[in-house]
Write a protein of this length. Structure first.
Lengths: 113, 111
């Protein structure tokens, strides 16, 4: 049972514009969320996190928004750069699941010139 | 040192071979993880070690055997694997139960 869903397998965005990646979850016990970026043949690189006590976290060009009532989070990348072309995974962990993150299927982002 | 290293980068093995994957971190993280990732799929958790003790085994077949000799090192011993075990094997570490930092992975091919 997939508890973390990224329903858009791919996203194409022009350089300089905003990329918005979405992630939905079903488990109301999830209290900590991560976004990772992955290039081919490399391990995922941590981008940004958010705890359920917040609804927004910002780090440079990356902002994550959490809507707990909708069980939805999104990652905004502004402005998008060619180096942002990668697969992005969201991951979530439940309060009582130490160390066990569930990952979404990923969204392939392509930033075009 | 702020990275997780994994060796080898690539491994090809036959179904009767015994091999080991190695993962190392020197960030003082007390939790270490093994994940398996198939192409175009998310990483799947296999094992979690906390303070050098196995705390989670996600019903992984016994042909995969993890070992944590010390707080910096995590091994995954492989024996009698099947072709469907071919995947990218990722190691991660974390200071607490929160953010996990991944290594580059070992690309395993089982013939």
């Amino acid at each position: 049972d997939q508890q973390v869903k990224q329903n858009s397998p791919s996203l194409s965005v022009q350089e300089g514009r905003i990329s918005i990646l979405n992630c939905d979850y079903t488990n109301s016990m999830f209290d900590y969320f991560l976004w990772y970026k992955k290039y081919p043949a490399e391990g995922p690189t941590f981008l940004i996190s958010i705890s359920s006590i917040k609804d927004k976290n910002e780090d440079g060009r990356f902002t994550v928004f959490l809507n707990k009532s909708a069980k939805h989070l999104s990652l905004h990348i502004v402005p998008s750069q060619p180096g942002d072309s990668a697969v992005y995974f969201c991951a979530a962990r439940a309060t009582d699941s130490w160390g066990k993150f569930q990952f979404g299927a990923g969204t392939q982002v392509v930033v075009t010139p | 040192d702020t990275e997780v290293t994994q060796t080898p980068k690539h491994l090809v093995m036959g179904m009767t071979n015994k091999k080991s994957l190695k993962c190392e971190q020197h960030m003082g993280h007390r939790a270490m993880y093994w994940y398996k990732q198939k192409a175009k799929k998310p990483p799947e958790l296999m094992f979690v070690y906390s303070y050098e003790k196995l705390s989670i085994n996600e019903s992984v077949p016994s042909r995969f055997s993890p070992e944590c000799p010390n707080s910096s090192l995590l091994n995954l011993h492989l024996h009698a694997l099947q072709p469907e075990d071919s995947a990218l094997y990722l190691c991660a570490s974390s200071p607490t139960s929160d953010t996990q930092y991944f290594g580059p992975g070992t690309r395993l091919t089982v013939l």
